[in-house]
Design a protein around this ligand. Structure first.
Ligand code: MF3
Ligand code: CO
Ligand code: CO
Length: 315
């Protein structure tokens, strides 16, 4: 397929000439297939009034929420929200088949959240227009569900967060669409291992930087990159809170893990460059070199002796 000429408008909708915009980026892309392009986004969906919304549901702007004081009660709520998020993720993962649009997966996730009495946390969070993030192939994260049908050989990251009983649960998996090539299968396997290495480093009294150290060591051993520009985060009453959880090792990160803390571990692993470019939609972050990326995420609780995964897949 022939792209735009050098002086034609860029395909991305920026209004700039192709040669001043995505031409170099496209030239560096792998020959493995066409890149992901923006497609039509349907209007924002609504949530029934019976569902308790987070602070930003109307305004788009989150306000900090007071912490639930009883740690036992808080952990119980986090377990319920985490389990519900994992169930929704499992449901839409099964539906990610060739021909299905990411918009259709969004509708499924939106309804599955509501069926559990939960609000889909991304909806209107800083203006994000959909219930989930769907990030295909070279999209690293924050892809907006749209009218692009998934194609055999794609990989798609499905990031589900929901708000239930006053707390958020957040998880992500990257799944193959139909049969995918050996390189992509390896990327998915190692990216999930990286996430689990990070989770395995969670222990009270240890610095948060242990997590990134473990993730980065495993990615490097396989020749993969670790995205630095986006990180894991404290989660609970607020969608995104302290601490930041870096997925590479930074000794300046001095936070120490403590019993009762809840945060995410969500490394983004790249085949090539770990640098990114954001589409004009202001959300979709793609690899700078057009090569594929994968992400896995769990919400975890720091226990007296180690870690409890709150978003474990349902069995
Ligand atoms: N679920 C993402 C995370 O892991 C956040 C998505 S925020 C959105 O932190 F606004 F992009 F939806
Ligand atoms: Co997430
Ligand atoms: Co997260």
């Amino acid at each position: 397929m022939k792209g735009p000429g050098p002086n034609d408008p860029c395909w991305c909708g920026s209004g700039k000439k192709y040669k001043k915009c995505h031409r170099d980026h496209d030239a560096a892309a792998p020959p493995s297939g066409p890149e992901v392009r923006p497609a039509a986004v349907t209007p924002m969906r609504t949530v029934p009034a019976s569902i308790v919304p987070p602070t930003y549901a109307r305004t788009g702007r989150p306000r900090p929420v007071p912490r639930i004081t009883d740690p036992v009660e808080r952990a119980a709520r986090m377990r319920r929200a985490g389990r519900a998020a994992a169930e929704v993720l499992a449901e839409i993962s099964r539906a990610a088949q060739p021909g299905v649009t990411t918009d259709a997966l969004d509708v499924l996730a939106h309804e599955a959240c509501i069926a559990r009495g939960a609000y889909p946390s991304p909806l209107n969070y800083h203006g994000f227009p959909k219930a989930i993030c769907t990030s295909v192939n070279e999209v690293i994260l924050h892809g907006i569900p749209d009218g692009r049908p998934l194609q055999e050989g794609d990989i798609v990251s499905l990031d589900v967060t929901l708000y239930l009983d006053g707390v958020h649960g957040d998880c992500c998996a990257t799944v193959p669409v139909g049969q995918v090539d050996e390189d992509s299968r390896r990327l998915l396997r190692v990216a999930e291992e990286c996430m689990m290495k990070g989770v395995g480093a969670v222990r009270p009294g240890r610095p948060v930087s242990d997590i990134g150290r473990a993730v980065e060591a495993h990615a490097s051993a396989h020749g993969y990159g670790v995205v630095r520009a986006f990180c894991g985060h404290g989660i609970g009453e607020d969608f995104h809170a302290e601490p930041q959880v870096l997925h590479h090792f930074d000794p300046r990160q001095r936070d120490v893990m403590q019993e009762g803390m809840t945060f995410t571990v969500e490394p983004m692993i790249t085949v090539g460059s770990e640098r990114h470019v954001v589409w004009p939609d202001g959300w979709t972050a793609v690899t700078a070199d057009g090569k594929r990326a994968a992400q896995f995420e769990h919400t975890v609780l720091v226990t007296p002796t180690g870690v409890e995964i709150l978003t474990a897949p349902p069995r």
